[in-house]
Design a protein around this ligand. Structure first.
Ligand SMILES: *Cc1c(COP(=O)(O)O)cnc(C)c1O
Length: 374
């Protein structure tokens, strides 16, 4: 039987050579040259002044919250349809996540709902670009300016994407990336924090490194973390970054192919190929089963799994997370669009190594399974 994993990274470039360089030079800690090179590469990609490499995308968000000194009694507006890392970073510093629903077409946060949620306690808007299409940043930046709010931009799914021609990762007071193996640029585990503000960059570096003081080592003005990235990780990241344009091109090709092969099934909603401000880069290729059809996606995903096809659920909403509800958050709040996405959406194999016959097999099997089941 064919086996098509939900994701598989492509490590066929200079990854091996650069890793060998680390071994040969014996620079494997965070002090190595590849870390600096990777930071410079990401700063260039996103047209940023400062880039700070960290251990993963989740702690990149933690670093952003700590750097901006958001804390107790502060509120941060964010989408309910996202990964837990976003809400976790907010609650870890003692602040309160305030949610907005998703947009039914782009699956991004519904921008229309943000202004109503702004209070005297609001400190920031955490923007998360979801699955391949960015959030339209113009109205967000306008709101942030009008109310004096920070923008934290989670661009973990957006390497090489742009919004109205400006790179994703360029928009926030602080923007963050992840380099998990299913991202467009991977280094196994890794993250990046980007900003144009020199003082924020300095704070981020200290937060990453236990708040070591440059003046006198081993005297600490605040409590930081060890969020450092190793030279080994960065070596892979540098090699990956060299191929970012080909990666985007291939991912867009995969997306177009899926859309072409699936456009005749009426029971499912496909990802939008483009909006007026961006063209999808298909971090993952998600589908949403129509509510009219009484299809339970877990059954469908299980059937696809039996045919060797890996799939994953969409995110589960923040307002329905036991870990957050236990803290007394989001009592009786409802976000119907996001709830539907979480229950009816999942993604198909989306890795960079997919070829035409893989996509054919996935889409043919999906059609067959849906027909058999309903
Ligand atoms: C992957 C991802 C993260 C978390 O990154 P890790 O490196 O896995 O910690 C955060 N936010 C978004 C939107 C992501 O897709």
């Amino acid at each position: 039987m064919r086996k098509i994993a939900v994701n598989e990274p492509d490590l066929s470039g200079n990854e091996r050579d650069y890793l060998n360089e680390c071994i040969d030079s014996r620079w494997i800690s965070s002090e190595g040259q590849f870390v600096k090179q990777f930071e410079i590469g990401m700063a260039k990609l996103t047209q940023r002044e400062y880039a700070i490499a960290v251990a993963n995308g989740s702690v990149a968000l933690d670093t952003a919250m700590l750097a901006l000194e958001i804390g107790v009694n502060d509120e941060v507006i964010m989408p309910t349809f996202t990964i837990i890392s976003c809400a976790a970073a907010i609650v870890r510093v003692g602040a309160k996540p305030i949610l907005v629903d998703a947009d039914p077409d782009t699956w991004n946060m519904d921008i229309e709902q943000i202004e109503k949620k702004i209070t005297s306690k609001t400190k920031a808007i955490m923007v998360v670009h979801i699955y391949g299409l960015p959030v339209d940043m113009n109205p967000i930046l306008a709101l942030a300016k009008k109310y004096g709010l920070y923008v934290i931009e989670d661009a973990a799914e957006m390497h090489g994407q742009t919004c109205r021609g400006i790179p994703c990762g360029a928009f926030g007071d602080i923007s963050t990336f992840s380099f998990y193996p299913n991202k467009h640029v991977t280094c196994g585990e890794g993250g990046m924090v980007l900003t144009n503000n020199a003082m924020l960059a300095e704070r981020c570096k200290k937060i990453r490194n236990l708040f070591f003081d440059a003046e006198r080592k081993y005297i600490h003005q605040e409590i930081g973390y060890n969020f450092r990235m190793t030279n080994l990780q960065a070596a892979v990241g540098v090699a990956q970054l060299e191929r970012i344009s080909q990666t985007i091109e291939k991912k867009r090709w995969i997306g177009r192919r899926y859309t072409e092969f699936l456009s005749d099934i009426r029971e499912i909603q496909l990802p939008k190929e483009k909006t007026e401000y961006a063209q999808n880069i298909y971090w993952v290729y998600g589908i949403v089963i129509s509510e009219e059809k009484d299809i339970y996606i877990d059954d469908l995903m299980k059937k696809l799994g039996e045919k060797g096809i890996g799939t994953r659920h969409f995110f589960w909403c923040m307002h329905e997370q036991p870990a957050l509800k236990k803290r007394g958050l989001f009592l009786n709040e409802r976000y119907p669009i996001a709830e539907k996405l979480a229950r009816k959406g999942f993604y198909l194999p989306s890795g960079i190594t997919l070829e035409e016959e893989d996509i054919r097999y996935v889409t043919d099997t999906l059609k067959k399974v849906i027909q058999e089941m309903y």
